[in-house]
Ligand binder design. Structure first.
Ligand code: SF4
Ligand code: SF4
Length: 322
């Protein structure tokens, strides 16, 4: 079920990406080519703009009109992480899906993934929180008018095109970093997610407040340690009674491999086990419900007139970060 979600979400992202490339090409070519509408879902790739918009919403009560879809996606992912652990990372994040396709074959080929020493692992894990802290500091230190001026300035309006340009016109340094991440991801399980992803770090505190947790019944457990071996977050599931860690993504891989019926379950305190299908249905309901409500209320699309794109997109590469 998790794989189905991952594939569906990856396909959705590829479709959005293809649509966005056509959209940008239409304006870059001066109106030649296929004209397609701008897919609002592309704003899911603008996490900093989404954080800025969330601050505007929280402080003013007004829904921003530039890149609002990114903000609603962020709210949906935070709600999913809060209720269902970090299921966003395990089931929806397309980057996580692609990286999983690197470390799993890596493990099959070399018969293992390499783990870092405990002190190196702990030190590196703090990197994603440091990155998140920098972004939160940057957004937190900007006033609402400053954020609005940024998002409604030329750079902010085409920040989605700038993000696309990062991949289309990648510089040498960017290519080296990407290549390094790919190679490291083959050898070290979830390298980028575990050490460098500030978006995953943002989901962590929400997941810590989740009522759901993996719980182990020591009276039924036969101490086979299969759960710990299967855990992509390398958590010592076989030695704990309940998993509180912010690294747990609610992937249920540990439950799937456990041979002792009832020994391991995802549940709220004193409640029955939550089956995988219910986790998946709840994640889908939250995602479709929050995004669907934003769309239905007319707050999903960035409502910019066509002439803004005509003026800005052909010159997007000239805009530098203010
Ligand atoms: S395998 Fe179990 S403990 Fe590990 S991340 Fe997945 S749900 Fe959490
Ligand atoms: S897989 Fe199940 S039986 Fe084996 S150690 Fe983990 S909880 Fe215990």
């Amino acid at each position: 079920m998790r794989r189905t979600f991952q594939l569906a979400f990856l396909a959705l992202n590829l479709w959005i990406g293809a649509q966005f490339v056509l959209f940008v090409h239409y304006y870059e070519s001066g109106g030649h080519g296929v004209r397609v509408a701008r897919p609002p879902g592309v704003e899911g790739w603008l996490p900093i703009a989404s954080l800025m918009n969330l601050k505007i919403l929280l402080l003013t009560g007004h829904i921003p009109h530039v890149h609002p879809a990114g903000m609603f996606l962020l709210i949906a992912f935070l709600a999913i992480s809060w209720l269902l652990r970090k299921s966003f990372c395990a089931c929806l994040c397309p980057v996580g899906t692609v990286l999983e396709w690197l470390w799993r074959p890596g493990r099959q080929t070399f018969r293992r993934n390499w783990g870092l020493t405990r002190w190196l692992d702990t030190g590196l894990r703090s990197l994603k929180y440091i990155l998140l802290g920098l972004f939160l500091y940057a957004v937190g230190s900007m006033s609402v008018p400053a954020i609005q001026a940024f998002l409604e300035g030329p750079y902010g309006l085409v920040s989605d095109v700038k993000m696309l340009d990062f991949f289309r016109f990648m510089g040498f340094a960017g290519a080296v970093v990407m290549a390094l991440l790919v190679v490291l991801s083959v050898f070290v399980q979830n390298f980028r997610c575990r050490y460098l992803c500030p978006y995953g770090a943002l989901m962590g505190p929400a997941a810590l407040a989740s009522p759901l947790r993996i719980r182990r019944d020591a009276t039924l457990c036969i101490d086979c340690a299969k759960c710990a071996k299967a855990c992509p977050a390398t958590l010592p599931v076989d030695r704990l009674v309940s998993i509180r860690s912010a690294e747990c993504t609610g992937c249920l891989e540990c439950v799937a491999v456990c041979p002792a019926e009832g020994a391991l379950r995802m549940s709220a305190p004193g409640r029955r086990a939550v089956p995988a299908w219910m986790m998946a249905a709840a994640a889908a309901a939250l995602f479709l419900g929050i995004c669907g409500c934003a769309w239905w209320a007319g707050n999903w699309h960035t409502g910019l007139p066509d002439r803004v794109y005509v003026d800005l997109i052909p010159h997007a590469r000239e805009f530098t970060h203010p």
